[in-house]
Write a protein that binds this ligand. Structure first.
Ligand code: PEP
Ligand code: MN
Length: 337
């Protein structure tokens, strides 16, 4: 349920309505907007006594939210959420590019790639220190050493860092080094991890599970927001289909659907979405054209010797060309890139 306050409603009136909601055993989420304040209500198992709320001073209208997700829905919060991290924004009129290696493999590898992507125009460095690999016998990441290397690259090249947390045991350590915590596709429905990511109050990049419906995806984001963390960035990273010409099928139609249904920013990952380096540039352009708020791209200076996801890594030269193309396309989409 959403309570819309009058434009002229005082702070006192908003506080009183919130107190009443809490008294009714529910949770109030006041959301100040440009025009007026709305108060989201969660925690109701049955229909709420709307008359009691409607008669409070300053209350304009009550909207019953039909979607199973509440905080994530546009019904709750009609304006686009812009996640601000330092000087960098994700959402709204921005098109934000995150780029870097799949895994941090060594200090030299990470710094080489970080320098190249920063020079080409990336604002955020990606790189896995904890890797959720399909096989337990493949490279699992440099762990804390990898986090330290990412932090060094951030300081050296003025980038922000996004890196994955794979479990509840290590998420606090990841949060200590990262600017954005990535929750990977395999963990999209790891609800204890989602709750903990919500509690950190750090921005969270939530990737869509490889066979998740959009309702499941948005419900996963609701877990993070239900902990009071509004800084959620969604990511379409491809889903499993029968297609065998690509690793996954990048579900481009998910982007306009999510943008209509939710206020949260959504970016695309054409690297995992296709699994093939020759498809990364065209699908990046396509993601911008369907309204994505940014991209996360795997870049490697020596893809043939990458310890993970070499076949989908583009080289720094290709990345530079991609950014040039995106900057040409951005004005058409009313985006800054
Ligand atoms: C990654 O970003 O390297 C990764 C493992 O992604 P996903 O969770 O989308 O597979
Ligand atoms: Mn990868």
């Amino acid at each position: 349920m959403l309570i819309v306050m009058e434009t002229a409603a005082s702070q006192e009136a908003v506080k009183k309505v919130c107190a009443l909601i809490e008294e009714m055993g529910l949770t109030a989420h006041p959301m100040p907007g440009a025009q007026r304040t709305a108060i989201g209500v969660t925690g109701n198992k049955s229909r709420v006594d709307a008359d009691r709320i409607m008669t409070q001073p300053g209350v304009k209208e009550i909207i019953h939210v039909t979607k199973p997700y509440k905080l994530v829905s546009r019904e709750f919060y009609p304006e686009d959420t812009v996640v601000q991290i330092g000087d960098v924004k994700v959402g709204g009129s921005e098109f934000t590019i995150m780029a870097g290696p799949c895994s941090v493999e060594s200090r030299e590898q990470c710094l080489t790639i970080a320098e190249a992507v920063a020079k080409a125009g990336a604002k955020i460095l990606r790189g896995g220190a904890y890797k959720p690999r399909t096989s337990p016998y493949t490279f699992q990441g440099l762990k804390e050493e990898g986090l330290k290397i990412l932090a060094e690259a951030r300081d050296k090249f003025g980038l922000l860092v996004v890196t994955e947390a794979i479990d509840t045991e290590t998420i606090d350590l990841v949060a200590h080094y990262a600017d954005i915590i990535q929750i990977g596709a395999r963990n999209m429905q790891n609800y204890s991890l989602l709750r903990k990511a919500g509690k950190t109050q750090k921005p969270v990049l939530l990737k869509r599970g490889m066979s998740a419906t959009l309702e499941e995806f948005l419900m996963a984001a609701e877990y993070i927001m239900a902990e009071g963390n509004r800084k959620v960035i969604l990511c379409e990273r491809g889903v499993r289909t029968f297609a065998d010409h690509t690793r996954n099928t990048l579900d481009l139609s998910a982007i306009p659907y999510v943008k209509r249904t939710s206020h949260l920013p959504i970016i695309a990952d054409p690297s995992h979405g296709t699994g093939r380096k020759d498809k990364v540039i065209p699908l990046s352009r396509a993601a911008m054209a369907v309204g994505a708020d940014g991209l996360i791209i795997e870049v490697h200076h020596d893809p043939a010797n990458a310890l993970s996801d070499g076949p989908q890594a583009i080289t720094p030269d290709m990345f530079e060309s991609l950014v040039t193309q995106l900057r040409e396309l951005a004005p058409v989409m009313h985006k800054k890139c």
